[in-house]
Structure formats: C-alpha cells, structure tokens
Design a protein around this ligand. Structure first.
Ligand code: PEP
Length: 263
C-alpha cells in the first residue's frame, strides 16, 4: 500500500514542560541548529504548552526558525462558556498548523473518549489546521492480542464520516501506551505492523486515496538512536517525540537522521 513516500513529519510534544521564557530559548536554539537541508526534506512541528504559543510564534516568525507551530489539545467547541478551555479558533489565529488530539494521557487522565476525540478532530479541520490524532493499545490489550482490534476501533471512531480529502491531509500517530515514557520503543517491525493495520483501516473507511495520502507517525520513547530505524519502515512517515524533544540537541539529531534517511 505504501509504494510512494509521503513527506516525513517529526513532531515534538513538549507536554507540560517549559515556561514561555524557556520556550523562547529553545526555539532560538532550534533555529541555530536546523538548516535548509532538513527543512527541504522533512516537516517539523513543536507543540509547547498553550501559555507559550504566542512567544514561540514570535520567535519562529522573527528568526525564521524552520518549524511549524503545534498545539497539544483544543476544545471541540469554537467559543462559549467553557471555563479553562482553548478553542481551535484561537489556535488558528496564532498560526498554529498542527494540533494533537486524543493523546493517551488525555484519554486516560482527562476522560476523553472516542467521541470527544472525534469532535476535537473536526474542530481542528473546521479551523483550517491539521490534526495529529493519537491511537494506540495499552499493555493489557497488547498482551491479550487485541492491538489490531483496538487500533481499528479508534481509527474508525476518529475518521468516521470525514471526507476522504480531509483524511488524506491528516496525521495519525501510532503511540502504544506501554511505550510512552518507558525508555524502550516498539520495534520497527511491530511499529510497521501497527501502521499497516491503521492504513488498511483508513482505506476501508475513507478509501484508498485517503489511505495513500495520510501520514502515520510512530511515537513512544523515540530517541536519537531509535529514530532512523523506526522512521524507515514503509508505513511510518515520521515520529512524534515526547521526552527527547525537550532537548533541542537531541531533537535536532532526530530530525537530521530522518531527513538524511528519507530524503
Ligand atoms: C508522547 O507522549 O507523545 C511521547 C511520544 O512521549 P515519549 O517520547 O516521552 O515516550
């Protein structure tokens, strides 16, 4: 199914780390480290906390840092009486390009079910941005041999009746819950098998062109050593990096590795 290579994407999920001053420094450092060779070969996004987005936007634009701005979450509604929420409208105004939805930490700790994730995904599209929708099995599901069932159910619930053109533009991140923050990623073979399952489910729900266009990332304990083998398998189009993305040096190494390999 993956005869043609899609443009790779490496995304850094900073989670609840770095205040806006630390973000300013990190963005500047990325600007010094990332060159034209990388940006010619790979898309890069960083996803700082909401309070840092305006600062990150200013540095990225003023210094020409070759990264796209990303967010970690958004509300499903565009405005209203939703205390503490941040809407996709607001993110789009900050020139955010990518929004993570359905991260396993939000599913597990903040009660976001498949229905909420699907509504957020649609809010991202409604406001002209690209969703990075996270799916993945937990350790119990893996041990019970339910990985494929879990992935198929999550994908089907997320993309449901979306037009094929939207699905082709979106990103799905395969993030096995047991690998996140564990220090040990999935093997490239396991990541490929999961990504192939995701892509064929997308083909069934949204059609073959959507499945051929959609980018699938692997996420879960990626570091400079594991990045290239994971990003090299045929159905993986890039990486979602948590812990290692907090260090501009390590993140740059990952981006350079992917750029060199998938150029
Ligand atoms: C994540 O939480 O999206 C993630 C990939 O984390 P880590 O790389 O730290 O496992």
């Amino acid at each position: 199914m993956s005869a043609t290579r899609r443009r790779p994407l490496v995304s850094g999920n900073w989670k609840m780390h770095k205040d806006h001053l630390e973000t300013i420094h990190a963005c500047s450092e990325l600007g010094l480290r990332l060159g034209r060779d990388e940006s010619a070969a790979v898309d890069v996004s960083i996803h700082p906390p909401f309070t840092d987005l305006r600062s990150a936007q200013s540095v990225i634009e003023a210094e020409g840092v070759p990264v796209s701005l990303g967010a970690q979450n958004c509300a499903s509604a565009d405005s209203g009486a939703f205390t503490g929420e941040v809407s996709a409208v607001m993110l789009a105004r900050l020139r955010v390009e990518y929004v993570i939805v359905g991260h396993s930490e939000r599913r597990a700790m903040f009660g976001e079910d498949d229905e909420v994730v699907a509504a957020k995904l649609r809010a991202v599209f409604r406001n002209g941005m690209v969703p990075i929708c996270c799916v993945g099995e937990d350790a119990a599901e893996r041990d019970a041999g339910q990985t494929a069932d879990r992935l198929q159910a999550q994908v089907r619930a997320a993309i449901g009746d979306l037009p094929g053109g939207d699905v082709a533009r979106m990103v799905i991140a395969y993030e096995p819950v047991w690998a996140i923050g564990a220090g040990e990623p999935a093997t490239p073979d396991d990541a490929q098998q999961a990504a192939a399952t995701i892509r064929s489910e997308v083909a069934e729900v949204a059609g073959a062109p959507a499945a051929a266009g959609l980018r699938i990332l692997y996420g879960g304990s990626v570091g400079p050593d594991s990045a290239v083998p994971l990003a090299s398998v045929s159905d993986i189009d890039g990486l979602l990096v948590g812990g290692a993305s907090l260090d501009p040096g390590a993140f740059t190494e990952i981006v350079k590795g992917v750029a060199t390999t998938l150029r």
